[in-house]
Design a protein around this ligand. Structure first.
Ligand code: GLN
Length: 484
């Protein structure tokens, strides 16, 4: 096995025993980046110098016996998390030259744990998209088929993890941006409960939905990263002060006593046959592992989730993006006067999808339309939350597909926003409900990855990790690596 294909826990074992150094591991990953990037285009900024410096410090720390499970292990951060002194672009012209003066809380926490940062991952501009085709810089390719999308918006980080351009990554998820690319790249992605991980220093898209989480090669790694990044942060007013467990204790390989529901609304019309087959086989496996499965679960308001999301998310985005005026924030374009300069700044600084969201949000919040759109969407949101709450009175978790299809071809949906939006039908409701969702590799359909999504009530990440772990140990789907 190549060093860059190691998981966090495998790397940690080797580092601890002194069989490999962080410098060696880091160099293997950096070399993998220089070899694979030409085809993958997953990384906006490679931070080689910083990585080697951090690796050296980590080796010292390991020698002195004061290491953590993450010490000395390379990580890639989605390029919407502020990194002090390192360009943070959100894959947008608007922030192309933005160098934050501070670290996001998650970055601080990783640094305290001894992280080695290898770079910043490509994304759809400002995290708006499902394919990475909306990056202002370049399109990331799916490592399983370079002609297909890696998913989005955390497509760069997900493709990089699958390919070994990093050992793990952090992504953000507003409507599926961790889970859908994890499913498309055959890795593990966790969107934690809203409020579980601090959003301080995450460039805001839709603040009531955004959440940071791990993209990893297996479920154990997901638990290890959660142990470090979860927890209360007074700098994020929506962060919840709720004890952080040791997530690795949830990793037991059977599902005895667990009740799982399969909500029929998630097996949507138009779902790819092969994806449904993979899901049915996966669910049968969960039963074999000791869970009881109810195929009659139902969340009837699911059908309104997409519409509600595309009112709520653009409304919040429109407000969050108002700050990019070229004066206080963002790239600035010259103009004849202040208004002209501001208009040109926003005209050239933002790409077409970001503009579409700003226009949608402005419309939904405008006088006379607010009640008809925004208020109604908020009511739907309450309904969806209540339905989840009721479902979790009966079930320990819900099992669904991650996406209705396998990764689609580059160019297939980019000119049809509605088709693009529809690819998120299975992931959006989870953000609206504020609940956690874990995606694990569930197999392949015509050689392309399919992900299984596991949902639970707020702060039930341990249950999700347990189910994911038991399934992973029994099937080993995630152990396959793409050849790039
Ligand atoms: N694809 C969804 C969107 O475009 C979700 C993106 C995300 O989770 N950041 O809004």
């Amino acid at each position: 096995m190549k060093l860059y294909d190691l998981t966090i826990h495998q790397s940690h074992e080797l580092l601890k025993k002194g069989e490999v150094s962080s410098i060696e591991l880091t160099k293997a990953v950096l070399e993998r980046i220089s070899q694979a990037e030409e085809k993958l285009h997953a990384i906006v900024t490679v931070t080689e110098e910083l990585a080697l410096r951090q690796a050296e410090q980590a080796d010292e720390r390991i020698r002195s016996g004061d290491s953590t499970p993450l010490t000395g292990i390379p990580a890639l951060l989605k390029d919407n998390m502020c990194t002090k002194g390192i360009r943070t672009t959100c894959s947008s012209r608007m922030l192309e030259n933005f160098v934050p003066p501070y670290n996001a809380t998650v970055v601080e926490k990783l640094e305290d744990a001894g992280v080695v940062i290898v770079g910043k991952g490509n994304m759809d501009e400002f995290a708006m998209g499902s394919s990475n085709e909306h990056s202002a810089f370049f399109i990331t390719h799916n490592p399983w088929d370079l002609g297909r999308v890696p998913g989005g918006s955390s497509g760069g980080p997900a493709a990089a993890v699958a390919t070994g351009e990093t050992i793990y990554a952090l992504g953000s998820d507003t409507g599926g941006s961790i889970r859908q690319p994890a499913g498309f790249c055959s890795i593990v992605g966790l969107k934690p409960t809203y409020g579980r991980v601090s959003r301080y220093g995450l460039v805001a898209f839709a603040s009531s939905l955004d959440q940071i989480g791990p993209l990893t090669k297996d479920v154990t790694d997901s638990a290890l990263v959660m142990n470090v990044i979860a927890g209360y942060d007074p700098r994020d007013s929506t962060s919840v002060n709720y004890p952080v467990p040791d997530y690795t204790r949830a990793l037991i390989p059977d599902l005895k006593g667990l009740k799982l529901g399969i909500p029929r609304e998630y097996f949507v019309e138009g779902m790819q046959k092969g994806v449904e087959e993979v899901m049915r086989t996966a669910i049968a496996k969960l039963e074999e592992l000791g869970a009881t499965v109810d195929w009659e679960a139902s969340l009837p308001s699911t059908k309104y989730a997409l519409a509600a999301y595309y009112i709520i998310a653009p409304s919040e985005a429109m407000a969050n993006l108002a700050r990019y005026d070229g004066v206080k924030y963002g790239y600035s374009h010259d103009g004849e006067n202040m208004w002209d300069a501001m208009e040109k700044t926003r005209q050239f600084g933002f790409g077409p999808e970001v503009k579409r969201r700003i226009i949608l949000g402005t419309y939904a919040l405008s006088a006379g339309y607010y009640d008809a759109y925004y208020l109604k969407a908020q009511k739907v949101r309450t309904l969806i939350m209540q339905e989840f709450q009721q479902a979790f009175e009966h079930y320990d978790a819900l099992i669904t597909p991650t996406s209705p299809t396998v990764p689609f071809k580059i160019g297939q949906k980019v000119d049809d926003p509605l088709q693009m939006y529809l690819s998120d039908v299975c992931t959006l409701p989870i953000n609206i409900g504020g609940i956690p969702g874990l995606v694990v590799p569930a197999g392949f359909c015509d050689g392309l990855p399919v992900g299984m999504q596991i949902l639970g009530k707020p702060f039930s990440e341990e249950t999700l990790l347990r189910i994911g772990y038991a399934y992973e140990q029994a099937t080993g789907w995630g152990q396959q690596r793409p050849r790039v």
